[in-house]
Design a protein around this ligand. Structure first.
Ligand code: ADP
Ligand code: MG
Length: 349
């Protein structure tokens, strides 16, 4: 990707670290009233008045969390911003400020860094966030980016993983498994490209899945929707590692069992079709795939009618009475299979 002919090459040395930071600063004039000082001083200054401050960090390492061959730099910047903001959204907080720490090897060009920041800016514009600072350094090999997102929420509105009660209903937004299958499609093409560099990939059957992988949307829209519907979740988490592991997180934090129905897990038709093509069970993609960045939450039964039939939500199960374990209830024969957390990501390196 870095050798892409469209990207010209200005070495980072020509501009220097300060020149680079100056360029970055020009693109991010603070817009939010909560940002009192953005890039340019020794620290940013933020004021959330009567709201609590929420902070979260993520780290992304080349070769472990992303690869160049199918992750254009602009998409990388966009995706990591969405992934980081998603953790604040899962607390029912408004993401507002972003810090960008970046370590670059000398094979990077100004234009390449620009592309990363184009993606970061695009995501920040969508989420209404200000980039207010960061740090820049060199690395001996590969790219490493770490993002810190800061946001705010009224104390009584913050949603924790803990808070679910027995008989609550488990709800997920959107559909699951798509991002994982998008990655499978991209990896398959990358393999073909190695053998035949003139290969012209035809992704037309996989547009939705590739978009789920390269351009995920953190579900900030859901927070507004829940408010409109007057639904108050009792606990919440974002789905970054696959449904199984997130359901198990909720179970553990609450000291309760969780039961989900296989037939209720939302799958897009292209997820089902493509999983068949790859000889994988689409449910496995949803349970273990990850990177969908949808929300998983629990609600009281009295809120059921408020979200029933709403296409944004699927009620996938219920919270068990006691510490009786967490299960997937299978289609048809209603067998209870213990849920296991098995991230696909761990297999990468
Ligand atoms: P210091 O020497 O105090 O660490 P820097 O020169 O690293 O200062 O940073 C100067 C300003 O630029 C600070 O406001 C810092 O937060 C910001 N900054 C540095 N690197 C980045 C980056 N990669 N992205 C965004 N802002 C950055
Ligand atoms: Mg610094």
């Amino acid at each position: 990707m870095l050798d892409d002919k469209k990207i010209s090459k200005t070495s980072l040395d020509e501009l220097g670290e300060f020149g680079l930071i100056e360029q970055i600063a020009l693109r991010f004039p603070p817009k939010l009233t909560s940002t009192l000082q953005g890039i340019g001083d020794d620290a940013a200054v933020i004021d959330y008045k009567d709201e609590k401050t929420l902070v979260t960090s993520e780290i992304f390492i080349e070769g472990i969390h992303f690869r160049w061959d199918y992750m254009p730099l602009r998409h990388l910047g966009y995706k990591i911003t969405m992934a980081t903001a998603s953790d604040l959204i899962a607390m029912n907080a408004k993401p507002q400020q972003l810090l960008v720490n970046i370590a670059l090897s000398n094979r990077f060009t100004i234009e390449a860094v620009d592309e990363i920041y184009n993606g970061i800016k695009y995501a920040c514009d969508q989420l209404k966030m200000d980039v207010v600072g960061g740090d820049t350094t060199s690395s001996t090999r590969g790219l490493c980016v770490s993002l810190t997102a800061i946001g705010s929420a009224k104390e009584e509105k913050i949603l924790y993983r803990k808070g679910a009660k027995p008989k609550d209903l488990l709800v997920v937004t959107g559909d699951l498994g798509g991002a994982f299958l998008g990655l499978q499609v991209l990896e398959r093409e990358a393999q073909v490209n190695k053998v035949n560099p003139n290969n012209q990939p035809d992704f037309s059957n996989y547009t939705y899945l590739i978009e789920r992988q390269l351009k995920p949307q953190a579900r900030i829209d859901i927070l507004e929707l829940l408010k409109e519907l007057d639904v108050q979740p009792t606990s919440m988490i974002d789905i970054s590692d696959g449904l199984s592991s997130e359901v198990l997180h909720l179970a553990k934090e609450n000291g309760l069992g969780m039961n989900i129905y296989e037939e209720k897990i939302p799958l897009d038709p292209s997820t089902i079709r493509t999983a068949e093509e790859f000889n994988i069970n689409p449910i496995t993609c949803a349970l273990s795939g990850g990177e969908d960045f949808e929300l998983l939450f629990t609600i009281k039964q009295k809120d059921f009618d408020k979200i029933k039939g709403n296409p944004n939500f699927s009620i996938i199960g219920y919270v068990g009475e006691e510490k009786e374990g967490s299960f997937l209830i299978t289609k048809g024969n209603e067998q209870k299979v213990p849920l296991v957390a098995q991230g696909w990501r761990e297999q990468e390196a």
